[in-house]
Structures are given as C-alpha cells and as structure tokens.
Design a protein. Structure first.
Length: 132
C-alpha cells in the first residue's frame, strides 16, 4: 500500500519534492525502508525511545491533569497561602513550567547517550543502500 503525500494543485509546496520522494532520493515503496524497519538495530532504537518517552509522557500527563483537577475541585486547599500572597496553586503552576524544562533536558541527555549514535548508524546504512 503506497502512502504518498501529493499537495493540492495550486499549492505553493514544491510538488517535485513529493513526486521524487524523500531527500534521500527514494520513496517509501523502496524495499530498503521495510528492511530498515524490521532490522534489529531499528527495533532497538524504537525500544530505547519508547522506553524513555512513553513513561515520561504518562507521568507528565498525570502531573498536569492532577494540577488541573486540583484547581477545579480543591480550590480551598490550592488557595492556601504559603508566604505572603504566594499560594499552593502558584507554586504548582510554576512547577508545571519547571517540569517541562526538566523533561526537555532529560530527553536531550537520553537522546545524546542512547539514540543519536544508533540513529546515525541506521541513517548511514540506509544512505549506503540507496547509493547516496
């Protein structure tokens, strides 16, 4: 089954790019893509990515929705003042932003240590098989 994006006529998108395939000089019907996706190297890469990203995403969503639910249903508790006009809700809101930056930093570290080298190796194998 071929899934090729073709822009609408009159679109400002470079139609030639889509007709010729990806920047690697092929389209997804080339057997190299199926071979790559079924390779143990690619499967290991996916496992490493998913093993990090999915649990972290789930944890963040729990944390995010807990904050939303607290602001909706625990207004008295969330309005408890800690110091001056700073209340629990404000602290939790700031922690939402802080946790976003921590997650980005953790992902960058994980990617640099576990994903980048593997993905570069796979990329070079694909380029070699495509003759690029």
């Amino acid at each position: 089954m071929e899934h090729v994006f073709v822009p609408k006529s009159g679109s400002k998108v470079n139609r030639h790019f889509y007709e010729q395939g990806s920047s690697m000089g092929t389209n997804e019907t080339n057997p190299v893509w199926e071979k790559t996706q079924t390779s143990s190297e690619f499967q290991d890469l996916k496992k490493s990515f998913r093993g990090f990203a999915f649990p972290l995403t789930a944890a963040f969503l729990v944390w995010y929705f807990a904050y939303i639910l607290l602001t909706a249903f625990a207004r008295e508790w969330i309005a408890t003042k800690l110091v001056g006009n700073i209340n629990i809700g404000l602290v939790l809101g700031i922690l939402q932003f802080a946790s976003t930056f921590v997650i980005a930093w953790l992902y960058e570290r994980h990617s640099s240590k576990h994903l980048d080298d593997q993905s570069e190796t796979i990329k070079h194998q694909v380029e070699k098989e495509l003759g690029n």
